[in-house]
Design a binder for this molecule. Structure first.
Ligand code: KIV
Ligand code: ZN
Length: 506
């Protein structure tokens, strides 16, 4: 069976989606989970683009052993130098350099002729090849490029030392037959193609990213570039979970091998959704809430009689327990708690374990039953909050249909504590205003969502907010059995991220 290398770009292309930015610590948590999932190559970021991107890339490269760590660089020496520096401690490193090859991009964006583009591409690959273990070259907007020219570019960059050549459908314009033809033309016409792996990178503007990726694989691509939950620019990238399960479920037609542990899919999807703030639609294949739910009587009857009548894969195969597993009780010790956390696929540090355990005890006191879903929410909360700049210590709300909603809060920043009070149009508005006063910043609330994590009156509430300020956007989340507390934590979480973003852009 041919091996398909899975290149995950959630931390680079995925994070380019507006509002999806994560802190360096959060990115490291994601990278750890990607390596548990079995990803071969993790694109950790675009180091030249901001100090935050650089820091996250450097941290992942230094601390995560196993997968290849890739960093993006334009075909410019300065970009390659910064990417090299960010990757300097990586066990396995790759520079991913790119330049556009389509007539429209060369003429209007780069203002270069085709020969100049080839020269830049070759120069960049030669410059990068002795700095890291592997060099990948991407022909941006490949699917709208002249095919003869594309083959010529690839031949030259392979001669210059690229061992992976990537075919991006940058604007999600291609259809499967077209992508298939591009890949087979490259295979048949690039004379030195045996020295490189062909990769494919599809965007989802027409909803064809996964279909195009499969067509590329069937025509000889052996690396697929994807993001978890398909997050990314505009309509996103090829969704990892859809591609992997298509390959898994239809191995009769597509006999390819990957290193992916499919039972880690559900956890990973939830982690990314929570850290990036990108919600998973209910009907999203593989990881959506309804992906395994059978509503119609005929379907339910069929499934009960013989599961395969309406189910082509099991929830367990993607690590979905159903959200109804009773976890632990109030009296479960730290030991039992830790092993459940590990069973759920998380690898927390001692400190993180202790923090989550504390929150678990707090929840177990208020809620009769604590489910896996609750526990996952608490864990993800903790991962999302690592090293917060500002931390909510206390809040009090006075509200009622005849009272002016008033919030009092206490926020800690290292050794300093800020106390503030504010009134608002409602309790949430009052608490957000008090937080802004305490932190000394303001932001526009674009989205506010609250939902129950599990069923029942005692359910834990999860709040997600999206805020913007001066062109930056950030999402935040918080969870608690008290939705006002969850709201306050979500807002502080988002403001922390926004402050980090502002700092890194300066
Ligand atoms: O979509 C694209 O063209 C890219 C490249 C940088 C690979 O993300
Ligand atoms: Zn892309």
């Amino acid at each position: 069976m041919d091996h398909i290398f899975i290149f995950d770009t959630t931390l680079r292309d995925g994070e380019q989606a507006p509002g999806a930015s994560m802190t360096a610590e959060q990115k490291y948590e994601v990278a750890l989970q990607l390596s548990r999932l079995g990803i071969d190559i993790i694109e950790a970021g675009f180091p030249i683009s901001s100090p935050l991107q650089f820091k996250a890339c450097e941290h992942i490269a230094k601390n995560l052993k196993g997968p290849v760590i890739a960093a993006l660089a334009r075909a410019i020496e300065k970009d390659i130098d910064i990417a090299t520096e960010a990757l300097s401690s990586a066990e396995n490193s790759r520079i991913h350099t790119f330049i556009a090859t389509s007539p429209i991009h060369m003429k209007y964006k780069l203002k270069k002729n085709p020969d100049e583009v080839i020269e830049m591409a070759v120069k960049a690959v030669k410059y990068a090849r002795n700095k890291v273990q592997q060099v990948e070259f991407s022909a941006e907007d490949a699917s709208r490029s002249d095919l003869d020219f594309l083959c010529k570019v690839f031949e030259k960059v392979i001669d210059a030392g690229a061992t992976i050549i990537n075919v991006p459908d940058t604007v999600g314009y291609a259809i499967p037959a077209e992508i298939g033809n591009i890949i087979s033309t490259i295979r048949n016409n690039v004379s030195n193609i045996d020295k490189a792996i062909i990769s494919v990178h599809c965007h989802n503007d027409l909803g064809l990213a996964v279909a195009n990726t499969l067509a590329a694989i069937e025509n000889g691509a052996r690396q697929a570039e994807v993001t978890i939950n398909g997050i990314g620019e505009r309509a996103g990238n090829a969704a990892f979970e859809e591609l992997i399960m298509a390959l898994d479920v239809r191995k009769d037609r597509m006999p390819y091998k990957t290193n992916i542990n499919t039972t880690q899919i559900y956890n990973t999807s939830r982690l990314i959704s929570n850290l990036s703030g990108f919600e998973i639609p209910k009907n999203k294949p593989i990881v959506g809430e309804n992906a395994f739910a059978h509503e119609s009587g005929i379907h339910q009857d069929g499934v009960l009689k013989h599961r395969e009548t309406y189910e082509i894969m099991t929830p367990a195969s993607v690590g979905k327990g159903g959200g109804t597993n009773l976890v632990l009780g109030r009296h479960s010790g730290l030991h039992g708690f830790k092993s459940r956390v590990t069973e759920l696929g998380f690898n927390l540090s001692e400190e993180e374990n202790k923090n989550v355990y504390k929150k678990f005890l707090y929840i177990a006191d208020r809620k009769k039953e604590v489910y896996d879903e609750d526990l996952m929410t608490l864990i993800i909360d903790e991962l999302g909050m690592s090293n917060p700049t500002y931390k909510l210590e206390y809040f009090n709300i006075i509200s009622g249909n005849k009272a002016v909603p008033t919030a009092t809060i206490k926020i800690r920043h290292n050794d300093e504590v800020f106390e503030e009070a504010a009134t608002g149009d409602g309790p949430v508005d009052a608490i957000f205003k008090a937080i802004e006063r305490a932190i000394g910043t303001t932001a526009k609330l674009e989205e506010y969502k609250v939902q129950a994590v599990t069923p029942g009156k005692h359910a834990m509430g999860e709040v997600k907010v999206l805020i913007t300020s001066n062109g930056n956007s950030a999402t935040g989340r918080g969870s608690s059995t008290d939705i006002l507390e969850a709201s306050a934590n979500a807002y502080v979480n988002a403001l922390n991220k926004l402050l980090l973003l502002k700092g890194s852009n300066q």
